[in-house]
Ligand binder design. Structure first.
Ligand code: DCS
Length: 473
């Protein structure tokens, strides 16, 4: 008898090529240790609520009312919910029609898409068309939809930063395309070197790959850098010259921990540049409710905005989205609330402002504690986390450690991270999961553990690291 359809030997080969380190060997071992009763600090995923961050009160009040609309008819509703939450819940319920239990349009609810467009207009100072905004189940689904649209086969290349968030490498592998790496320069705070970029494109073309698009992650994951306006301009010009679409992953746009370079969107820089580029360059920008001070990862809300994409392509993307019927509807309400937040004077504004500022201020302090902590360790150097949610220190492993790892059949950074996990319970992701230059090692940790626990975590890291470095000196 021949192979069955779902026998391992006969399944989609592209699936087997996919690697996703954020939930890889380290994570599995950490879960195992946790089951055995060890206290694990899960800093492998940017999942704020899992590490104790409290949800913002106001959006949860609104969503609670949307989920249980009969509460709105309860005479006591005003004792449990503030008036602005009640008004907002009624607003979404009337906009959504069938309530949260009904499928929406496959692009998302038109009213929420209009709120997203208004947010983009306020942010960038340029018009945004709700018809070109699609709501998605987290930014991940949007990224996958777009990569699926671009990639026809192995001959299609996507420029991806290294280090990168492995959603990109994984999705490109799954769709059977070619990842074309460009390296971020650690010594210039993970800046982007245009010459290196040009060489990457030339090399790929000489191998017969048609480079079609470039991904940027701003602020960076895992690298934490914030791109300057000048840098974005260079990138856009480069894409224009090389005829590449730009995929702007801007999910960390609220997560900024320095004041010199406030977040500026690719869309705004593109529009500022004026024609012809502003009318021609194809840009897709992604956003989510999972990050920022929301951190509502489990709700799975996201959107992408399409700029200069031909209507026929927009329709094809719609058609494919329709196969999944509808993005999460509760998440669409979260997205509406995120892009259309409370204003000064609203009854719940003060609390909302206090909560969101509290989270961002604390993240800023944690970014500092973490970077300084890493830089105080032997053989560890770390760029400051300017944005996003991660630290990505370089671990300068001694040759003896690299040798020992090799004998154990492990990448050296995996070896180090496993030892760290066993000794301290700190669960990180080895740099090899994101890509790094040959012979250079890193780990990624989130800056999300509770602030009051941070000094102890860093002290325990330092103790482990410095002993490790002694041992393998
Ligand atoms: N883009 C980037 C750069 C991300 O870091 C993430 C999530 C996403 C997109 C997708 O997020 P959502 O699908 O939730 O909107 N970051 C992962 C990470 O590195 N740790 O946690 C999740």
């Amino acid at each position: 008898m021949g192979l069955k359809a779902l026998d391992y030997e006969s399944i989609n080969e592209n699936m087997k090529k996919v690697e996703y380190a954020v939930r890889g060997e380290l994570y599995l071992r950490a879960s195992q240790l946790q089951k055995e009763g060890k206290k694990i600090i899960f800093t492998n995923v940017g999942n704020p609520h899992a590490l104790g961050q409290m949800p913002l009160t106001f959006p949860r009040q609104v969503i609670a009312l949307c989920q249980a609309p009969f509460l709105l008819d309860d005479p006591n509703v005003g004792q449990l919910f503030p008036p602005d939450a009640i008004v907002r819940a009624k607003h979404y319920l009337s906009m959504i029609g069938g309530g949260l239990g009904a499928y929406s349009d496959s692009r998302g609810n038109p009213g929420v898409r209009k709120e997203v467009a208004e947010f983009i207009e306020r942010r960038d100072g340029y018009p945004s068309d709700p018809e070109l905004i699609y709501l998605t189940d987290g930014a991940s689904k949007g990224v996958m939809q777009i990569l699926n649209t671009i990639i026809r086969g192995e001959g299609d290349g996507i420029l991806v930063p290294v280090p990168q968030y492995p959603l990109y490498s994984a999705a490109i592998a799954l769709f059977g395309g070619s990842l074309v790496p460009y390296y971020l320069d650690e010594s210039s705070n993970w800046g982007l070197d245009l010459n290196d970029l040009r060489q990457s494109v030339a090399r790929a073309r000489s191998q017969g790959i048609m480079v079609k698009a470039m991904v940027i992650i701003n602020p960076g994951n895992p690298t934490g850098q914030c791109l300057s306006e000048a840098n974005l301009r260079e990138i856009l010009n480069f894409c224009f010259q090389e005829n590449l679409a730009l995929l702007g992953d801007e999910v960390y746009q609220q997560n900024i921990y320095q004041d010199e370079r406030p977040f500026i969107s690719s869309k705004k820089v593109l529009m500022d540049m004026g024609p012809p580029i502003s009318k021609e360059l194809q840009l897709i920008s992604f956003h989510t409710v999972s990050k920022g001070y929301w951190g509502e990862c489990g709700q799975r809300g996201g959107y992408f905005e399409m700029t200069n994409i031909p209507p026929q392509t927009v329709d094809e993307i719609y058609k494919i989205a329709s196969i999944s019927l509808s993005p999460n509807v509760p998440a669409q309400v979260f997205m509406g609330l995120m892009v259309n937040p409370l204003k000064p004077g609203d009854v719940s504004y003060e609390q909302y402002h206090r909560e969101s500022k509290g989270i961002l201020d604390s993240l800023r302090r944690r970014a500092r504690i973490m970077t300084d902590g890493f830089n105080s360790c032997k053989n560890v150097v770390c760029n400051f986390t300017e944005g996003a949610m991660y630290s990505f220190p370089q671990i300068q492993l001694p040759p003896k450690a690299i040798e020992t790892a090799k004998r154990a059949g492990k990448e050296a950074d995996v070896f180090y991270c496993l030892k760290l996990l066993e000794a301290t319970g700190i669960s990180t992701v080895p740099g090899s999961g994101f890509g790094q230059k040959e012979g250079v090692f890193h780990l990624r940790t989130t800056i999300l553990p509770p602030e009051e626990e941070m000094p102890a975590i860093m002290a325990s890291f330092k103790k482990f690291n410095d002993e490790f470095m002694e041992q393998y000196a």
